[in-house]
Design a protein around this ligand. Sequence first.
Ligand code: UD1
Ligand code: UDP
Length: 368
Amino acid sequence: MKKILFCFGTRPEAIKMAPLIEEGLNRGHDVKVCITGQHRDMIIPFLEFFQIKVDYSLDIMRENQTLSSLTSNLLSKIEIVLKDFQPELVFVQGDTTSTFTCALAAFYQKIDVVHIEAGLRTGDIYSPFPEEGNRRLVTPIAKYLFAPTEESRANLLEEGVTENVVVTGNTSIDTLRKTITKIRSGQLNDSLRERYKDINFKKKIVLVTVHRRENHGQPLIQICNAIKELASSREDIEFVIPVHLNPNVKECIHASLEQFDNVHLYKPLEYIDFSWLMYMSYLIMTDSGGVQEEGPYFEKPILVMRENTERPEGVSEGVSKLIGSDSKLIINEVNKLFDSCEYYSSFSKNKNPYGDGFASEKVFDYLG
Ligand code: UD1
Ligand code: UDP
């Protein structure tokens, strides 16, 4: 039995840590969970949905906080948790500021760091920002590096990191595997259709998420302009947009898109609702990391509104396409996907490069 502390603070981390926490508990480890508080509203429903019991909760979220204040507040608070529980292993996931800061705090206490979703790289330290920096900084201080794909493992090997590097698949697929049956069986259809009765499901659904810092400002304005143009020119589209709570995103999207009947703006959605909407959609447009992994599971074409991606597997498998944020390019791509069946079906189906849904088991098999 090992003493394990799971540290995380944002929505995607909760979704991807949930199956690991369950697996750790099932195997009889002494598991405790620390929520950094980087996200507040956007994490609480997920903790409830996945029944994650929280042992330590650090209240660090401030409206529109800077990266420096987030990092310094968290670094001093997490030290108290580490000294209290004295874990043998600290699990961190991905590339957020919570991920990096908790790994650094554990390193300062000479506690072994387990990095889940290690080895993702774009090669550009400023894109995504600060995530590419965060994940690169975790690599040398992590003892165990669980890479989701062979490509991410190869990135680590190229950097000279060879010990305790294991390919597992992404735990996001574990989480989907555990919830997909409910969605595919149709048992939720009636209640969800009722909840989203303002959406005209006779039309084709385009599900959109956008939040990356490098898309704030002009790129986001361009993305909104493209959606505006498509919403007014196409009768056959219903845009569904759960809006991220970051004020830089929320204000811009509401100001430009609120007036369209066929653009449905929502607060961040619960996991099961969002997964169902992925399942119901014709097309997904996103700059999210997690959604790039989940979309292929639902066999939906994904337009990635970024200049580069640390998830190139989807692009090489032909399930996703990098299109950036230029309005004209976005409009052209969407029109093509709606008007050409041939183009739509050129996006591959049945290809999910991100794992078989048993990553958490592989992690604990390795750790023993
Ligand atoms: C963070 C991560 C990003 C991840 C994303 C997932 C960093 C630097 N960024 O970005 O890697 O992809 O989460 O969604 O780690 N806010 C709320 N309520 C919430 C959450 C956020 O109001 O529950 C608002 C606050 O004003 C907050 C702001 O959003 O200051 C930004 O939050 P922050 O965690 O710094 O960045 P994200 O853009 O959410
Ligand atoms: N997601 C959700 N509700 C939403 C939007 C996204 O549950 O309204 C889930 C989505 O299924 C994925 C994760 O949130 O698992 C992605 O989070 P986000 O895009 O915020 O972060 P990223 O993955 O880009 O770090």
